[in-house]
Write a protein that binds this ligand. Structure first.
Ligand SMILES: Cc1cc2nc3c(=O)[nH]c(=O)nc-3n(C[C@H](O)[C@H](O)[C@H](O)COP(=O)(O)OP(=O)(O)OC[C@H]3O[C@@H](n4cnc5c(N)ncnc54)[C@H](O)[C@@H]3O)c2cc1C
Length: 415
């Protein structure tokens, strides 16, 4: 078949790569560079342990505190509040213990052995040097903070995620750069990270081009159909003929679903990063600060501090104060960092997570045509879940039984 993929992020590039391996003629439509969307600036974690959805029982009472805390992990641009309200309503509804357990099972299937699922693509691209399979640490300041996350730890145990709890000296030996204000940590030996997400996905895209794929630099504007049959992708570079279309435009996927008759509550949780070039303190692995709710990852370009959730839609200008707050949180985590930095040592970024209220992506066929396949909405785990999603897309295009159950990801689950 001739398959057109809309979007060259982690998901689109992985899907295109698996489709090419299946022998299809494949092109990607992308108006910018490869992996310049959300896939550019994430924390780089390939964490099978991310089986805990964002909406959890007990989170709701914490929200006012998070919103009021200037260092807090959550903010809402008040002008956007009426637009995000229905999404937040669905988010709250998704947080019952039963639903959380179901979401967690689906996440475990999607994220299992994330680095291993990428491995054939990474090997083919000669990009093994961009992956570190050396685990991940989640750190807490107090035992009460750890105990407050008891349900999350129970979920991980139920999903068979391996982890070791480290206390004080054991933790500080494991991670010498860590502040001794953090007395407890949990080490995940099976997690991995990339030292440059943009280069990783860029390398996969280079291999895709080398192996016969095509990237068309254009903005897709719609999907051309004759009855239920797909004939191509409309774009600002004209009509691009295709027998099947994969929608992998991340947070910008909604117009395509509307055109296909699907009502999908996709919105964006904007996130930020700040990078310290040549940092004085470098952790051995990626570290999640469970109280600050951000991740510090040692990368090729420096120490990346990434996280926060901001509800402000796709149009509003970035609020760079949120990236600066990550620097202050990073200085609290690693006392070896300098107290102040010259601007040329820092760089900031904002990206649009494509987020569904139940923390699960949309992977499946459109209502109007079986040849239009959705692959977006991965929220906080789209890098980790990119390769597996790509395999599922290839299964759907080929008419094969999907390698994992995809019913939890069906597009009409909120209809
Ligand atoms: C601060 C932060 C930290 C994160 N940390 C992690 C992490 O550690 N691990 C993890 O797994 N995930 C993480 N994520 C989430 C992860 O980055 C995303 O889930 C993932 O990058 C989504 O990939 P994608 O391909 O779906 O979307 P994107 O990377 O956003 O790609 C979508 C592409 O579609 C293109 N596009 C848009 N509209 C059109 C159109 N009309 N026509 C053609 N192309 C179009 C865009 O230009 C873009 O290139 C993080 C996100 C943020 C913001």
């Amino acid at each position: 078949m001739k398959v057109g993929v809309i979007g060259a992020g982690a998901v689109g590039v992985a899907a295109a790569s698996w489709l090419l391996r299946d022998g299809h003629e494949v092109f990607i439509v992308e108006p910018g560079g490869v992996a310049e969307g959300s896939s550019f600036g994430n924390a780089g974690c390939l964490n099978p342990s991310s089986v805990v959805p964002m909406s959890m029982p007990g989170n709701l009472p914490k929200v006012p505190g998070w919103l009021l805390d200037p260092m807090g992990p959550l903010s809402i641009r008040w002008s956007y509040a009426p637009r995000i309200a229905p999404w937040i309503y669905q988010f709250i509804k998704a947080g019952t213990p039963d639903r959380v357990r179901q979401q967690s099972v689906a996440l475990q299937a999607l994220l299992h052995d994330s680095a291993g699922v990428y491995a054939p693509l990474v090997k083919n691209a000669g990009a093994e040097h961009l992956i570190r399979r050396n685990g991940h640490l989640c750190v807490y300041r107090t035992r009460a903070d750890l105990e407050a996350d008891a349900f999350a730890w129970q979920l991980r145990r139920e999903r068979g995620i391996r982890f070791d709890v480290l206390e004080r000296d054991a933790l500080w030996q494991q991670e010498p750069s860590l502040s001794h204000d953090y007395a407890l940590g949990v080490f995940f030996p099976d997690n991995a990270h990339t030292v440059d997400p943009n280069k990783l996905i860029g390398s996969l895209a280079d291999a895709f081009l080398r192996d016969g794929g095509r990237i068309v630099k254009a903005r897709a504007t719609g999907i051309e159909m004759t009855g239920e049959k797909v004939t191509g992708i409309r774009s600002d570079a004209g009509l691009l003929a295709a027998d099947a279309v994969v929608v992998a435009a991340g947070a910008h996927s909604k117009p395509f679903t509307a055109e296909m008759g699907d009502s999908v509550p996709l919105d964006t949780e904007r996130g930020y990063h700040i990078i310290i070039k040549d940092p004085e303190a470098v952790p051995r692995t990626s570290i999640m600060d469970a109280s600050g709710k951000f991740v510090a990852t040692p990368m090729d370009m420096g120490l990346r501090l990434a996280g926060t959730v901001e509800f402000a839609g796709l149009e509003a200008a970035p609020d760079w104060r949120r990236a600066r707050k990550l620097l202050a949180l990073g200085q609290r985590l690693f006392p070896g960092l300098a107290q102040a930095y010259a601007e040329e040592r820092l760089s900031v970024w904002m990206g649009f997570r494509a987020s569904m209220p139940d923390s699960l992506p949309v992977i499946g066929r459109s209502r109007r045509s079986a040849q239009v396949i959705y692959a977006f909405g991965h929220g906080h785990v789209g890098l980790a879940g990119g390769a597996q999603t790509g395999r599922l897309v290839a299964d759907l295009v080929a008419g094969r039984h999907p390698i994992i159950p995809i019913d939890p990801f069906r597009p009409d689950r909120f209809a």
